[in-house]
Each structure stands twice: as structure tokens, then as C-alpha cells.
Design a protein around this ligand. Structure first.
Ligand code: IPM
Ligand code: MG
Length: 352
């Protein structure tokens, strides 16, 4: 097949892991006889430096006309002055809104071989296999923001239709898995969460009577994720809770460097990114873990290009590299000598 993929390396370790993701896509294209064309564009701090705008118009045009978008990471200390008006993260948030990718799918898998990399005891990790579905284009991230000398505010808004559509995405995913959905909110305090709970309580029995639904308050969910992680199948939650809970959940997998994500809309182009940030402390050192980025490539192949066999092959190749004992620094035990970003990617490519 022919496909155009926009690459947005961004900042920090973003370019390091995007290079690995691109190599994997090139190898898949060669092996399966596809023709992927890449269009690299600026986003985040790199775009602020080059164009004064974290999401230049060329980038928007490229993403809109592509078959899929891959993003590395945005942000860094150079652009994090709390008084700055222009910030790298604005580029990513605007892109998510422009593409209408309201459903952020974050699978959390554990590898028994990496149990030692997790701060949790191995008996808690056995059987962990969940997907967190994070609402991505609403809530406090996108509400009106104000600030003056003495106060600041961030408005959190959700509409019924925004909640309905994300709950449906999560419920459909649960139908194809273990049939369990956990909706996370803060309905004891927040009005938006009470609406979220009302909508979930109506949509689920009406449209998905076979799915077992559990509701948790976000503070309790943060605890249950550690005390009984294997119980979760699909979790659905609002934008900010999903952001926080998935960083927490990454510790089940051993590292933020292991978790991929897919951001999907109704008919729009999909956006694929590792859930980790730009990790400025290790940027350019060649030691970042490329697994999350390469696993995001698998999601891109599956969800945007419909290439299921290729996607599975990429995931298997990651499994094989982990099974073979390759460890970047973030997942290496004290007695294991870590490999570089490129060595890990090369081993995954060899597996392909
Ligand atoms: C994520 C990141 C972003 C978010 C930042 C970089 C704006 O933390 O994708 O999880 O908060 O959504
Ligand atoms: Mg985050």
C-alpha cells in the first residue's frame, strides 16, 4: 500500500525515538512491499525556536493531509518559564484538537522478564493487561484559562456528547477483550464527574448490556491500580485523570519508556506517540528507550493503515528483543549492562 506519514520528532529524546520508529516503518515497508513516504515537520520547542510558533501552519497542513502522524515528544526546560506566553505543549494540544482525536488509547502490558524493573512485587504484576482510554480533547486541558497578579483559573467542561463518544470507544474495546469497563471520575466533588457518571450509567446498560461496569473515584483508582492491577481490563476516564493514571500505570510495565499510545477520532487521521515526555536530562545521549515509540508504530500500522499482520510482527519483535535480554538503562537491573537506543532498535529490527 501507499501511505504518507507525517513525522513530528519534537524535542528532547523525541528525535532519538522518532529516528528508531522511522527505521522500523522503513523495514516494514520493504518487507511487506509497501510504499511509505515520510514528511518531517516541526512541533513544540523546536518549532518555537525555528518559527516562533509551536504548531506552524506547514505542520498542520502536513498532518491533515497525511494517512497518519507520528510524534516523538514536546517540551523542555528551555521553554518552561511559567510566565512564557508560548509553550511547546500548546503545539501538541492544538494538534490533538485540530485532528479531533478525542480517544487516546494507552495499552498497559507487562513483561514477566521486566518484573524486576517495576517497583511493585512480581506477584502483583502477573496477568496485568489493560487499556486506559483517556478523553483527549476536552476537560480542564481545553477550558478557558485566566490569570492575573492574584489569582488564576482553569475551567473544566464536558458535554454529554463528549462523554458518550469516549465511553462508547472504551466499551467497544472492552467487548473485544475481557468484557470489563472501569469508569474513573471524581463524582463526589466535581460536577463534570457527576455528568460523566450519569452518562456512563445510561449508555452502558442501554448499549453494552454484556459489559461489566465498575465505577471508581480517581483517588481510589490510583490506589487500586497498584493493589490489584491485574483486575483491570479497560479503564475510561477524562483527560487529566487519564494523563496522571497512565504515568502511574507505566510503573507496572517497569518504565514510561515502554508505553505507546494511539489518538483516534471519528474519521480523522490518527496521531501516535509514546506516552513519555521529552526527558531533557537524557536527550541526545543515545540512551532513551525506543520501545514505546516502536510500539506506537505498531498501533499506527494497525489503526491507521489497517496492516494488522505488520503491527503484530512489530509487537512480536519488541517481545523478542526483551526476551533476548536487551535492556535500555530505564529497564536494566543493577547487574545488567544497558544497551543504547540504537542497539535496542537494531535488535527489534533484526527480529522483524
Ligand atoms: C501526555 C503528555 C502531554 C499531556 C503533555 C506533554 C502536554 O503528558 O501525552 O501524557 O499532558 O497530555
Ligand atoms: Mg502525560
Amino acid at each position: 500500500m501507499e501511505a504518507v506519514i507525517t513525522l513530528l520528532p519534537g524535542d528532547g529524546i523525541g528525535p532519538d525515538v522518532t529516528a528508531c520508529a522511522t527505521q522500523v516503518l522503513e523495514v516494514v515497508a520493504t518487507q511487506y512491499d509497501h510504499n511509505f513516504r515520510f514528511d518531517t515537520q516541526l512541533i513544540g520547542g523546536a518549532a518555537i525556536d525555528a518559527a516562533g510558533d509551536p504548531l506552524p501552519t506547514n505542520t498542520i497542513a502536513s498532518c491533515k493531509s497525511a494517512d497518519a502522524v507520528f510524534l516523538g515528544a514536546v517540551g523542555g526546560p528551555r521553554w518552561s518559564d511559567p510566565n512564557a506566553k508560548i509553550r511547546p505543549e500548546q503545539g501538541l494540544l492544538r494538534l490533538r484538537a485540530i485532528l479531533g482525536v478525542f480517544a487516546n488509547i494507552r495499552p498497559v502490558r507487562t513483561y514477566s522478564e521486566l518484573a524486576g524493573a517495576s517497583p511493585l512485587r512480581p506477584e502483583f504484576l502477573a496477568g496485568v493487561d489493560m487499556i486506559v482510554v483517556r478523553e483527549l480533547t476536552g476537560g480542564i486541558y481545553f477550558g478557558e484559562k485566566t490569570r492575573d497578579e492574584t489569582s488564576a483559573s482553569d475551567l473544566c467542561t464536558y458535554t454529554v456528547s463528549e462523554i458518550e463518544r469516549i465511553v462508547r470507544v472504551a466499551a467497544k474495546l472492552a467487548s473485544g477483550r475481557r468484557g470489563r469497563l472501569c469508569s474513573v471520575d471524581k463524582a463526589n466533588v466535581l460536577e463534570t464527574s457527576r455528568l460523566w457518571r450519569n452518562v456512563t450509567d445510561r449508555v452502558m446498560p442501554d448499549e453494552f448490556p454484556d459489559i461489566a461496569v465498575e465505577t471508581l473515584l480517581v483517588d481510589a483508582a490510583a490506589m487500586h491500580l497498584l493493589s490489584r492491577p491485574a483486575d483491570f481490563d479497560v479503564i475510561v476516564t477524562e483527560n487529566m485523570f487519564g494523563d496522571i493514571l497512565t504515568d502511574e500505570a507505566s510503573m507496572l510495565a517497569g518504565s514510561l519508556g515502554m508505553l505507546p499510545s494511539a489518538s483516534l477520532g471519528d474519521s480523522s487521521v490518527g496521531l501516535y506517540e509514546p506516552i513519555h515526555g521529552s526527558a531533557p536530562d537524557i536527550a541526545g545521549k543515545g540512551i532513551a528507550n525506543p520501545c514505546a515509540a516502536i510500539a506506537s508504530v505498531a498501533l499506527l500500522l494497525r489503526h491507521s493503515l489497517g496492516l494488522a499482520a505488520e503491527a503484530t510482527a512489530v509487537e512480536r519483535a519488541i517481545d523478542t528483543a526483551i526476551a533476548a535480554g536487551l535492556r535500555t538503562a530505564d529497564i536494566a537491573a543493577a547487574d545488567e549492562s544497558p544497551v543504547t537506543t540504537n542497539e535496542m532498535a537494531a535488535e527489534i529490527i533484526r527480529g522483524l
